[in-house]
Design a protein around this ligand. Structure first.
Ligand SMILES: *[C@@H]1O[C@H](CO)[C@@H](O)[C@H](O)[C@H]1NC(C)=O
Ligand SMILES: *[C@@H]1O[C@H](CO)[C@@H](O)[C@H](O)[C@H]1NC(C)=O
Ligand SMILES: *[C@@H]1O[C@H](CO)[C@@H](O)[C@H](O)[C@H]1NC(C)=O
Length: 433
């Protein structure tokens, strides 16, 4: 397994010939042999699912003017209520996660503990965690490895042990540790150290690290073996912003840099392309389906960040689409990748369960980056997608259960899709018995 892994990595880095590249990519995806030495806290065996405040609510702290949008205990209680009442919990969304701007600007002068903003979180974090837990969900919080958080609140540096203990005491289940105002050279040591301190609290907490993005932005390649060993997930690249353009930049990063990113994902340790934009201002319905499908292929954490009390039903349906979520949460935990781009149609492939007679099932997404008005017709032979099981495959349309395929698709069969401009077609191929 390990030999295959090294072989695959060297191979993917050095090879150009597309056909050979294609078939070897598929083999490498299937073996995904790099799962050695992972963080053993028993958490995030599937990509975490939940709701996080940042993308939609940023650092709104003026509760007098924006009572329903400011970062406050009400906001998180209300999100909790909606997750439970409107089918998100049932679909698998579990963590309610506070991002930046929850703190007072100063630590407690006596204990040096972090203090939640007294006006916006009057009941304190333990009470909020209790509320979230009482609804059967889990509670996440944000901090920063540096001197300050990105928005200028106190960071954990010099108080790492105390802060880890504080999170344990508050019954936190998930910690996102950002990397603003920090020395990127200290991170290789400091992030594992904070992980060790979290572990020492005795409370299992998912550990989300931001260290690769800060290093890579400055041209330093992250140490993925260390990431897998110390973190359950990590942000590889830029923050997502509320636009299709931003979404495309991020997917392009994961497509182009797949050879060094993809092998690091697996149960307990995931690459994180950042939050879902779905339900907000920047994406159309088609673009939202496209994000959801590509996040499923990438085995990405599914972290919604939208106003669940006002979300339009068509966006809610995308977020709770069980077929797509099942691909995302596939227990094999093999991250997929983009196989090719042809006439601005991107083909993304991920091997998934069930495995029948030794052959994997596959999720395949065709994402259009076209803008020429009408849907684009695009055909591929199954074997060119890496689908080589001789008896053939049954096909299901993951976004459209009424779409009936009346025959078995064999390796030489062409599959033809019609993809809306900036939309996606997302199918599952299951080997027949
Ligand atoms: C959350 O908001 C909804 C609708 O706006 C409301 O019905 C519900 O009671 C709120 N929950 C809390 C805890 O305030
Ligand atoms: C702490 O780490 C040990 C060794 O990896 C692991 O067995 C244990 O479950 C961890 N505990 C927590 C609370 O994460
Ligand atoms: C791939 O990674 C390199 C190194 O960080 C980066 O410079 C480049 O922009 C990435 N490619 C894309 C398309 O984002």
């Amino acid at each position: 397994m390990i030999d295959c892994c090294i072989f695959c990595q060297v191979y993917l880095l050095s090879m150009w010939c597309t056909t050979i590249y294609l078939s070897l990519t598929i083999i490498c995806l299937q073996y995904n042999a790099c799962n050695v030495n992972a963080l053993e806290n028993g958490l995030a065996l599937k990509p975490p699912m939940g709701w996080m405040s940042w993308q939609r609510y940023r650092c709104i702290i003026d509760c007098d003017t924006y009572p329903y949008e400011c970062i406050s205990e009400w906001l998180f209680k209300n999100a909790t209520d909606h997750i439970v009442a409107n089918g998100y919990k049932e679909a698998g969304y579990e963590y309610v996660i506070i991002d930046d701007c929850w703190m007072e600007m100063e630590r407690d002068p006596v204990t040096q503990e972090l203090v939640p903003d007294r006006k916006r979180f009057p009941s304190g974090m333990k009470a909020l965690a209790d509320y979230v837990h009482s609804k059967g969900l889990k509670f996440g919080i944000y901090e920063d490895y540096g001197t300050h958080t990105c928005m200028g609140y106190p960071g954990v540096i010099n108080h790492m042990e105390l802060d880890a203990q504080t999170f344990g005491k508050w019954d936190v289940d998930y910690v996102k540790l950002d990397g603003c105002y920090a020395d990127i050279m200290d991170m290789n040591k400091g992030y594992p150290e904070f992980g060790r301190l979290l572990n020492e609290t005795g409370r299992p907490m998912v550990y989300s690290c931001s260290w690769p993005v800060y290093q890579e932005e400055k041209g330093l390649m992250p140490n993925y073996e260390a990431l897998k060993k110390h973190c359950n997930l990590w942000r590889n690249w830029d923050d997502i912003q509320d636009s299709y353009e931003s979404l495309n930049k991020i997917t392009e990063y994961f497509a182009v840099n797949a050879s060094r990113i993809q092998p690091n994902a697996g149960p307990g340790h995931w690459n994180d392309p950042d939050m879902l934009l779905i339900g907000n201002y920047g994406l159309t319905v088609d673009q939202s389906k496209s994000q959801m499908a590509i996040w499923a292929i990438l085995a990405a954490p599914l972290l919604m960040s939208t106003d669940l009390k006002n979300i339009r039903p068509e966006f809610r349906e995308i977020l709770i689409n069980q077929n797509v979520i099942d691909v995302n949460q596939d227990a094999l935990g093999i991250q997929g990748s983009r196989l090719r781009v042809e006439c601005k149609i991107e083909t993304w492939v991920r091997p998934i369960n069930p495995i029948i007679n030794g052959a994997h099932s596959y999720a395949v997404a065709w994402a259009s980056k076209r803008d020429d008005g009408s849907p684009c017709v695009y055909s591929s032979k199954l074997k060119d997608l890496g689908l080589t099981y001789d008896k053939g495959y049954e096909v299901t349309d993951l976004f459209d259960e009424d779409h009936d395929f009346d025959h078995i698709f064999r390796t030489n069969t062409n599959i033809t899709v019609r993809v809306n401009p900036s939309g996606v077609q997302f199918y599952k191929f299951t080997p027949i018995q």
